[in-house]
Ligand binder design. Structure first.
Ligand SMILES: *[C@@H]1O[C@H](CO)[C@@H](O)[C@H](O)[C@H]1NC(C)=O
Length: 269
């Protein structure tokens, strides 16, 4: 579905609410109704002490950060800015990023240059790298819907593709993203954090999934706690049954005794 190639040297620019890497239009998306060429990529993240920073939630859950690779319909429009105002003028790939055990070398290509653009409107160039490395494995599993830009003016112009699988970066890399950039030039400088838009209601939107999900999918941790929960539940049920059974037996015994007692009295009388 996607076509990737090694890039020419590209520019990282620090903008008002994030960093943006310009992409050449030789990169494009395949498999959509029209040809969408790449324009830029950028990231959204949260802040220290919170685990969230993504703009999309899957099953109600956000991840630490999110990468957006922005493309525009170059068959119908002259430029990104023109396409950005038209329905389906843009096609954006959303990649949910979570924290994993190891450093992600593809993300390191871009993150290692962040310190060169600490302040607004600064630019730096990034040596060639393969954009494919920023994407998760298994590109065939994705969600797709018609939605909007997540920065003002939030035009309803985006054909979104959000991958089901996540990309992983190390905690150190996430911290670099959260702590390297500044939103103000004056001292004391404010770190550029939490540049994500809160999730919006779906309204009447349909979200298509390219794959079939059999029941909710659980992580190993969730599976373990689910297993433990079930076990505790079973134990409680067993205990309850045991106590009820014991109570019934005692009651029966007592009843039997009184019957014996009554009959004994009856014989006496
Ligand atoms: C997006 O909207 C267009 C035009 O209304 C429609 O043809 C297309 O099926 C929609 N796509 C999705 C994924 O909802």
């Amino acid at each position: 579905m996607l076509f990737f190639t090694f890039l020419l040297e590209v520019l990282w620019t620090l903008t008002a609410n994030g960093v943006q890497l310009s992409l050449p239009s030789t990169l494009y998306l395949e498999g959509l109704p029209r040809k969408y060429v790449a324009a830029q990529l950028h990231l959204h993240w949260g802040q220290k002490g919170t685990p969230w920073g993504s703009e999309h939630l899957v099953n109600g859950k956000a991840t630490a950060a999110e990468l957006h690779i922005v493309h525009y319909d170059s068959e119908s429009y002259e430029s990104l800015s023109e396409a950005a105002q038209r329905p389906q003028g843009l096609a954006v790939l959303g990649i949910l990023i979570e924290v994993g055990e190891t450093k992600n070398p593809a993300y390191e290509h871009i993150l290692s240059h962040l310190h060169e653009i600490k302040h607004k409107d600064q630019k730096t160039s990034v040596p060639p790298f393969n954009v494919r490395g920023l994407l998760p494995p298994l590109l065939a599993q994705y969600f797709r819907y018609n939605g909007s830009l997540t920065t003002p003016p939030c035009y309803q112009s985006v054909l979104w593709t959000v991958f089901h699988r996540r990309a992983q970066i190390s905690m150190e890399q996430l911290e670099k993203l959260r702590e390297t950039l500044f939103s103000t030039e004056e001292e004391p400088s404010e770190p550029l954090v939490q540049n994500y838009r809160a999730a919006q209601p779906l309204n009447q939107r349909m979200v298509f999934a390219s794959f079939i999900q059999v029941g909710p999918s659980y992580t190993t941790g969730e599976m373990l706690s689910l297993g433990a929960g079930i076990l505790v539940g079973c134990l409680c049920l067993l205990l309850a049954v045991y106590f009820i059974a014991r109570k019934i037996r005692r009651k029966r015994l007592r009843n039997r005794k009184s019957v014996v007692f009554t009959s004994a009295r009856a014989t006496e009388a």
